[in-house]
Write a protein that binds this ligand. Structure first.
Ligand SMILES: [Zn+2]
Length: 568
């Protein structure tokens, strides 16, 4: 048994997340966590809301709430929606937790002790009308790269360029709209990433298991040369900038930059979990306390790769302390919305709350996994969603399970039938299922979620083909034992389908398992079909599950397109 630590990029607190965020990190992380748990490994899947930074203050102001209550309520909302989607976090923490405050200050102290943090004087934009500095998104203007307006102080929404507020053309304050701005001098802390550049490079080169995609992004940044990065901001919401627990002169109205404290929350959230359940977090994160044996897998969208391969490692490696670092880094591309992007700030796309109003979680989980933006961007279309639900789930999986369970109920007294011996057709089936099982396990193990979904679907198709060929409804007229073999084998196939589908569609898998008397959670099968298709004991009660998947009608798609827009 191995110990596997899984983190997915922390969803930002400024609103309910769209399906791109789900598909780009949280869902594949959950699929992998469920797979590894089923295999019997000790898994810890950690996530949290990322709560600091200017977008939070701005979102709270827009909602007319103070930042604390805004974050409290939105954290609950995101937590509940994640659970409704079946995300099996062991802990869903908060980057504003006391644990993260303490740990972030600890890292800042240690980095400064190691000569990796220094104070510098910056010339930053100050709003006379608002009486404050305007960091990051508190300032907007025209993008110097593409001319888009309004571009935000930290990034242009149109061309994705990373910006510095001072680059914006014709800037104004987001607080008041005032253009009465001037440069003022202020002190900030800088993390001297240039000094840890070589340490990071040799660390990156020591990770052969990273996908080339992630490695090339890391190398690109390293080859361009790491720049020293400002890690404090003129804001009130965030982690106060102290030195050895005491106020730092000149920093009374400043906090740590959100990108400094957010990844530290991976560790702090594990501490929150350990506090709650009475476990030891060190065994997961400290290499001097057993974490060397942990396999640590991170999931994130491609726009977060630089922060996970360079910035966060600069914090961790720079501390000189024996912290666990990532072993396997799974970076995904973007799920696009029509011709553009899902956008939280512009409210474009389908969001996690409204998604569940129109389809159950398994339908989304299946669609977003089978069409995962894994190795390239993918675009959401209603046609693909309809095909995933109607053809894959309803016609192939749902139909198989219902058909065999119903037949068993009406013709075999509703129990797994005894009698008969597997024949030639079953021997052939066992061989095909064995190689299919090996393939399914291999793809999940490699975190190739799209290929894993394909392989799982292949087993569903195989089951339908077997049932069609073996035709128990014909056999039963003349050969009850022969029919019993087929029904028994097909019921076992249904149970097997539930077991290998559970990481992707846990709700349906549980229902199928229940109707066959299997206890939850379902264990992972070996690749020996002869054994795995003879598991259900003859005589066990079988019930036909309620309709597993309702088909999407043309009228549904029309109504949804009207409501959400999106590509056909
Ligand atoms: Zn731009």
């Amino acid at each position: 048994m191995s110990r596997i630590l899984i983190t997915s990029a922390l969803p930002y607190i400024n609103g309910v997340k769209h399906l791109g965020v789900l598909a780009g990190s949280m869902l594949p992380a959950d699929v992998y966590a469920r797979f590894q748990r089923a295999r019997g490994h000790e898994v810890l899947y950690i996530c949290a809301t990322d709560e600091h930074g200017t977008p939070t203050e701005l979102a709270a102001a827009r909602a007319g709430e103070d930042v604390l209550s805004y974050c409290e309520a939105m954290h609950e909302r995101q937590h509940d929606l994640g659970r409704d989607f079946g995300l099996s976090w062991d802990w869903f923490g908060r980057s504003s937790s006391p644990r993260n405050h303490r740990l972030t200050k600890h890292f800042a102290d240690v980095l400064e002790d190691n000569g990796l943090i220094e104070e510098r004087t910056d010339s930053l934009l100050y709003s006379l009308a608002d009486g404050r500095f305007l960091p990051d998104r508190y300032i907007e203007g025209t993008c110097p790269v593409c001319g888009f307006r309004p571009a935000r102080g930290d990034q242009c929404d149109n061309c994705d360029s990373l910006l510095d507020p001072v680059d914006l053309i014709d800037p104004y304050s987001v607080v008041s709209g005032s253009k009465d701005l001037e440069f003022r001098q202020t002190r900030h802390l800088y993390l001297l990433q240039s000094k840890v550049q070589e340490a990071i490079r040799s660390w990156v080169d020591s990770k052969p298991d990273w996908p080339s995609f992630a490695r090339s992004i890391a190398h690109k940044h390293l080859n361009e040369g790491l720049i020293d990065r400002g890690i404090t901001r003129d804001l009130s919401w965030g982690i106060p900038v102290l030195r050895r627990g005491l106020p730092r002169p000149g920093f009374e109205t400043k906090v740590f930059y959100v990108w400094f404290d957010a990844p530290i929350e991976y560790i702090a959230a594990t501490q929150e979990w350990a506090d709650e359940v009475g476990a030891d977090w060190r065994g997961w994160w400290r290499e001097d306390a057993g974490a060397k044996e942990v396999s640590y897998v991170q999931f994130m969208g491609k726009d977060n790769v630089a922060f996970h391969t360079v910035s966060f490692p600069a914090t961790i490696l720079g501390s000189g302390e024996p912290w666990k670092t990532v072993d396997i880094l799974k970076a995904l591309n973007h799920l696009n919305w029509g011709s553009g992007k899902f956008s939280t700030s512009r409210g474009e796309g389908i969001f996690m709350d409204s998604a569940l109003e129109i389809q159950p979680p398994d339908c989304w989980r299946w669609y977003l996994t089978a069409n995962s933006p894994e190795h390239s961007d993918s675009t959401f279309t209603w046609g693909q969603l309809t095909s995933a639900v109607n053809r894959d789930l309803a016609d192939v999986l749902g139909n198989f399970v219902n058909r065999i369970a119903k037949f068993c109920e009406t013709r075999m007294e509703g129990v797994v039938p005894a009698g008969g011996e597997p024949g030639e057709i079953e021997t052939r089936l066992f061989a095909e299922v064995s190689s299919r099982l090996a393939e399914i396990t291999r793809q999940f193990e490699a975190i190739e979620v799209r290929k894993a979904a394909q392989a799982v679907r292949g087993l569903w198709v195989l089951g339908n083909e077997y049932l069609q060929e073996a035709a128990p409804w014909t056999a039963i007229k003349s050969d009850r034992d022969g029919a019993a073999v087929v029904v028994r084998t097909a019921l076992n196939l249904a149970a097997l389908m539930a077991r290998v589908s559970a990481p992707i569609i846990p709700f349906a898998a549980e229902k199928i398992g229940q109707s066959l008397g299997e206890s939850w959670p379902l264990s992972w099968p070996t690749a020996d079909a002869g054994v795995e298709l003879a598991r259900l004991p003859p005589g066990r009660k079988v019930a036909t599950p309620e309709v597993l998947f309702r088909k999407i009608e043309d009228g549904d798609v029309e109504a949804w397109t009207e409501r959400f827009g999106g590509a056909a």
